[in-house]
Design a protein around this ligand. Sequence first.
Ligand code: ZN
Length: 248
Amino acid sequence: MLQELIDLSNRLGESGEFVILGEGNTSANLDADRFYVKVSGSQLQGADEGSFVLVDRGKILAILEKEGVSDEEVGQGLLDAVCDDSGRKPSVETMFHAYLLSLPDVNFVAHTHPTTVNTILCSTRAEELVRSRLFPDEIVCCGPEPVFIHYEDPGHLLARKIVEGCEAYMKKWGSAPRSILMQNHGLIVLGKTSGQVQAATRMWHKTAQILVGAALLGGANYLSDENVRRISSRQDEKEREKVIFGDK
Ligand SMILES: [Zn+2]
């Protein structure tokens, strides 16, 4: 599991299009109680075993449930949740990883700041532009709809807003979301396999380029809600998805 997470992180980090410097973070479930998450300040590019720390999910979720916690309390809580004595500090974004990794059929989470996706998310038209889907493979890889999160302070407040957004999504669609777009911040994708997560990140990068191009060419021609629902429920697309993502 850890090696798969290291490989995923390196692949996301290597192009420089999804993250630069210490941006972004990734995580993976080890078992029902513990997960690996990126150490604060480490880089996805060139990540190795020392770039990740094993944490206790229940302890992280307990911080998330508290209201009005200070930065110091969050920092101490994150350190207290570490399962080894390495002294390494988990990323401040570990709280949303803990929640997302507790959702059904989710084993991997990748958060990046892709230049293309952020071009849209940092624009005044962000929410309106990502309101619907443009082409079938986007739906297969990224889901029928992203969870859209208005700008929030990274850390505890952002994680709580992500919980709210995902709960609303699951009520509507009956399954966990595949992607989350955070205004003026970046992208989170979640999936059962590392292949799914890598594919969804790359597909958002492509979608964002198409969306900007279509907007410049007179406006995006979105698929109808009916077509989006049809693609996301087609059995042949689900079989194709298994082949693409290597889901056994
Ligand atoms: Zn971030």
